[in-house]
Structure formats: structure tokens, C-alpha cells
Design a protein around this ligand. Structure first.
Ligand code: SF4
Ligand code: SF4
Ligand code: FES
Length: 329
């Protein structure tokens, strides 16, 4: 085991553990945000830079600081390493830059986007971003792309995190989509518009951190904060059969896999469980699904838990230097 200190809290982890996972072991407010890393997908991470941290001391043997901020999701912890996350103004300022970059071409779609209320980018921008933009140039746009009977792709919302391509690679043998081109014109696309239709394709919707991949059966039908999420299961020959049912009354509006506190699925579900069992009698309902106390999904349901909002964490940030820019509010 090796020792690592993050925001003045020491913990012990196994050799090879990343800084992000060491922070997750400590838990709570010091865990860096992650938009592209996904623990159950091999090769994920290193794309979005949301998880940047400052390494004040590289290790006990080499106590020098690392010269620049590092991505915590793909930097291994070293014995005696000292890391700063929310206690470093430099890190928080860098994240503002990451938010700004991610939002340069992002549409102002939240009011009509199905991901609103459970969107990692929305949370990230809310916690770390500015209320205005300095960007005045035309945003990149894409023609709508049909990628199959179940999934709608809104390329304008994609942050190119690669998670969906990893799901297709690792949960099926027939990946037909990927990232085309380079730089600003990069886009998710299918091979000559070939539809994605494999048994586990729906998991791409669950791993997408934004509203780029949405469920055609659910889109525009309801908002997540109006629905009651319930854990439920059924006997399924193809997957674990453990899901979350999103209910209004007795009507099932959508079925998703279960996500942990970091928004990650560990037991992926098949398309049959996701889209072919909208009858409540098909399921054994276990009980209400718990969400982070600050999640908007709790709104109007669990009053006792909705006191602390994430932005209170960062209220001591100095906004003045950033606010002097002439931005579009
Ligand atoms: S993907 Fe997230 S940030 Fe973008 S429009 Fe949808 S809810 Fe808003
Ligand atoms: S569509 Fe979603 S999961 Fe796929 S690369 Fe874009 S943001 Fe990531
Ligand atoms: S989560 Fe680390 S770079 Fe995206």
C-alpha cells in the first residue's frame, strides 16, 4: 500500500491506483469531477481535462512539485504524493477554462434537453463555470444523424469523451460508430449511417455524460425531476436485470441501468430490459432509488436532504477578475 494526501486528507491505496480513485476512496467534496473517465470501461479517461489537479509533491522520494496540472483519472498515485484539488485556486481556475472550452460550441439547449437534471456537463458548468460567455463567433453545427431505432444523436451536445465508442467496443462485437475527423470538425458518426442495433447499445445512452445520445422512447415525454425513480429487477437471461424504473403514477416512462454516486454504471443492462418491459407487472419493485442530496431529481420529493447545493463549496472563489470581461450574459 502507498500513502497519498489529497486536500490535506491522507489515505492508503494500492500501488497503481490513480489519483482520482484515491480521492474517491476518501469520498466527499474533494473528489475531482470526471466527464470522460468511467471505471468500468477500459481505456477511458484523459480526454476532457475536467479532473485536473495540482501535484504539490510528486512522491516521498522526489518531493518536487509536478510542473503543470495533471489529469487525476490517468495519473497514478505515488507513495508520499501530495495533491491539491478544491484547495487549489489554480485548479479551480483551470476548470473554469475547461468549462469555457467545452461550452464554446455547446448549444443553450438545457431547457429542452432530456439530459437536463442529470447532466454531468450541466453540473460541471454550474460548479466551476461562469454565468456568461466571451465567445461571439458562430458555433459549429451538424445535421441530425439517425443512428438507429432507439437512439437519437445530437452531435452539437457531444463533448467527444469517447465513452460511447468504448461501450460499443467492449460490450458488443460489432461497433459501427466512432469518432471521425480531427480537431474542431471531429464528430461521432456511424459507418455510412449504419444503424446501431446490438443487444447492449442502450448503455451508450447511460454512459453519455451529456444529452448527445438520448433515448428515442423517452425524449420530450417528461423531465427527470417529475419522475419517481425506483429500484427494480426481473429475471433476465441476457443481463443482470437490475434497473431503475422512472415512474409517474404506475406508468413507466423509462428504464435505465443503476448508476453509482459518480454517475457510473457497473452492471450494464440489455435492450430488452430497457425497452421491452414498460408494464409494471414485469418487475419486482425494490423501493425508492437514493440520489446525491443536491441532485435536482430529489426536488419536491425529499425535503430534508435538499439543503446543501454544490456551489456553496466554491463560494470563496474570486470572481472579480473573470467578471471584468465583456461577456454575453
Ligand atoms: S447536454 Fe447538458 S449542458 Fe448540454 S444542453 Fe443538455 S442538459 Fe444542458
Ligand atoms: S456521444 Fe456522448 S458518450 Fe459519445 S463521445 Fe459524445 S459525449 Fe461522449
Ligand atoms: S475525467 Fe480525467 S480527463 Fe476526463
Amino acid at each position: 500500500m502507498i500513502r497519498i494526501t489529497i486536500d490535506d486528507i491522507e489515505t492508503q491505496v494500492e500501488e497503481g491506483t490513480t489519483i482520482l480513485n484515491a480521492a474517491r476512496k476518501i469520498g466527499g467534496k474533494i473528489v475531482p469531477p470526471a466527464l470522460c473517465y468511467y471505471s468500468s470501461l477500459k481505456g477511458s479517461g484523459g480526454k476532457c481535462r475536467a479532473c485536473l489537479v495540482k501535484v504539490e509533491q510528486a512522491s516521498a522520494r522526489d518531493p518536487r512539485p509536478m510542473p503543470k496540472l495533471v489529469a487525476s483519472c490517468c495519473t497514478p498515485a505515488q507513495d508520499g504524493m501530495v495533491v491539491r484539488n478544491i484547495t487549489s485556486p489554480e485548479v479551480l481556475e483551470a476548470r473554469r477554462g475547461v468549462v469555457e472550452l467545452l461550452l464554446i460550441n455547446h448549444p443553450l439547449d438545457c431547457p429542452i434537453c432530456d439530459q437536463a437534471g442529470e447532466c454531468d456537463l450541466q453540473n460541471f458548468a454550474y460548479e466551476h463555470g461562469l454565468e456568461k460567455t466571451r465567445y461571439e463567433f458562430p458555433r459549429r453545427t451538424f445535421d441530425p444523424i439517425d443512428i438507429g431505432p432507439h437512439i437519437q444523436l445530437h452531435m452539437t451536445r457531444c463533448i467527444l469523451c469517447y465513452r460511447c465508442t468504448l461501450v460499443a467496443d467492449q460490450l458488443s462485437n460489432d461497433r459501427v460508430h466512432g469518432i471521425l475527423w480531427r480537431g474542431e470538425v471531429s464528430e461521432i458518426s456511424t459507418y455510412i449511417q449504419k444503424a446501431i442495433d446490438h443487444e447492449f447499445s442502450g448503455n451508450m445512452i447511460d454512459v453519455c455524460p451529456v444529452g448527445a445520445l438520448t433515448d428515442k422512447h423517452f425524449r420530450f415525454r417528461n423531465r427527470v425531476w417529475f419522475l419517481i425513480p425506483m429500484d427494480a429487477h426481473r429475471n433476465c437471461a441476457k443481463c443482470c436485470g437490475k434497473v431503475v424504473l422512472w415512474l409517474r403514477g404506475k406508468e413507466i416512462y423509462r428504464v435505465t441501468a443503476r448508476k453509482d454516486e459518480y454517475g457510473e454504471v457497473h452492471e450494464f443492462i440489455c435492450n430488452e430490459c430497457r425497452w421491452e418491459h414498460y408494464n409494471l407487472n414485469d418487475w419486482v419493485v425494490e423501493g425508492p432509488r437514493a440520489f446525491q442530496p443536491w441532485s435536482v431529481i430529489n426536488a419536491n420529493k425529499y425535503h430534508a436532504n435538499t439543503k446543501e447545493l454544490p456551489h456553496t463549496l466554491y463560494s470563496k472563489l474570486d470572481n472579480e477578475r473573470w467578471n471584468e470581461f465583456e461577456g454575453v450574459n
